[in-house]
Write a protein that binds this ligand. Structure first.
Ligand SMILES: C[S@@+](CC[C@H](N)C(=O)[O-])C[C@H]1O[C@@H](n2cnc3c(N)ncnc32)[C@H](O)[C@@H]1O
Length: 321
């Protein structure tokens, strides 16, 4: 049965984002994942009247809610698009040329899904409530997850579940999912979860801290379908070039796969060699300085108040040259 749950999103690491992006007067801010505008509202609260905030999101529903939440603020502009492709959009280029010719003072990327997406059953991201198996961040583009799955070979699906879900039982799970798909039993999120439970049974009473066996498979299919990690490193490298000197970029990741890409990319941009052997074959240019080399985790108080925030990491880099 499909039910509608209250769509809310609690922005994570809010104080840490505000403190580390340290907006100057008349700041120019680019938010690559505006969502419902939670981080935007906090950053705007500390920014002066001359500041301007450009928010981008690929999800039309998120943009509509952000417009409701922030639309009254004349400093805010909201553009549709993906952070991979926004740089070449004529509308973005015109905005940047008019308002931020020297580059942005701050860029924020709060990666992954919003609670709005996860908790709206009709978006098909979650096994908590039943909904159509869609999972698209932009439902106006691409194909729903149930169609995407039907187009996969068993090997390709297993690889995606292993790579993006770090699921050891990826192969039997892929087989069970494709069997359900062929038999016409894979139209809803509960049907996908049930296919996973045929391989890893769901214990009736979950132990504290134990996640549902379907969690990793849902994460993997969502990441693969939306191409979430495909161009993340390239996007961060491009974003840095849009910062003015001394400007800062903050990136929040939610799981180890994302964080690994963010960490490796920012370290490379900071001139740190992480490749094989002890020394770099050539000196790497230092384009950024890392603020808090290990990244910033939520405080104990935040983790207790908002348990899903526990896995979040904020990494901040400052443009040098
Ligand atoms: C974690 S939420 C951001 C929440 C936001 N910081 C707030 O406080 O409300 C991530 C948002 O990024 C969007 N998103 C994910 N991938 C994207 C991409 N490639 N380009 C643009 N937006 C993306 C999602 O639609 C979602 O709304």
């Amino acid at each position: 049965m499909m039910t509608l749950a209250a769509p809310i999103h609690v922005p994570v690491l809010l104080q840490e984002v505000v403190a580390n992006l340290a907006l100057p007067p008349a700041a120019r801010v680019l938010d690559l994942t505006l969502g419902l505008g939670g981080h935007a509202a906090a950053l705007l609260a500390g920014a002066d009247a001359q500041s301007l905030y450009l928010g981008v999101d690929r999800d039309p529903e998120a943009r509509a809610m952000a417009t409701q939440n922030l639309g009254h603020d004349r400093r805010v502009s909201i553009f549709p698009g993906t952070y991979e492709d926004i740089w070449d959009a004529p509308r973005f280029q015109a905005w940047r040329a008019a308002h931020a010719p020297e580059g942005f003072d701050a860029i924020l990327a709060d990666l992954g899904v919003s609670t709005l997406q996860l908790r709206t059953p009709l978006r098909g991201f979650s096994f908590r409530d039943d909904g159509p198996l869609d999972m698209r961040m932009d439902p106006e583009q691409g194909i729903p997850a149930c169609v995407w799955i039907a187009e996969q070979t068993e090997e390709a699906l297993a690889n995606a579940i292993y790579q993006y879900g770090e699921e050891r039982a990826s192969r039997p799970i892929a087989r069970a999912i494709l069997k359900a798909s062929r038999e016409g039993r894979l139209d809803t999120t509960h049907q996908l979860a049930r296919a996973v439970y045929t391989v890893i049974p769901r214990e009736p009473a979950k132990r504290k801290g134990q996640s549902d066996p379907a969690t990793r498979t849902f994460q993997a299919i969502r990441i693969a379908l939306n191409g979430e990690l495909d161009r993340l490193a390239a996007t961060l490298e491009t974003a840095i070039t849009h910062l003015r000197l001394g400007g800062r970029m903050g990136v929040i990741s939610f799981h180890s796969l994302e964080d690994r890409i963010v960490k490796q990319t920012l370290r490379r941009l900071a001139g740190v060699y992480d490749g094989p052997g002890r020394t770099a074959p050539r000196e790497l240019p230092k384009i950024v300085r890392l603020i808090h080399a290990g990244g910033i985790a939520p405080s104990e108080a935040e983790a207790a108040a908002n348990p899903p925030s526990r896995s979040a990491r904020l990494r901040v880099a400052e443009r040098l040259s």
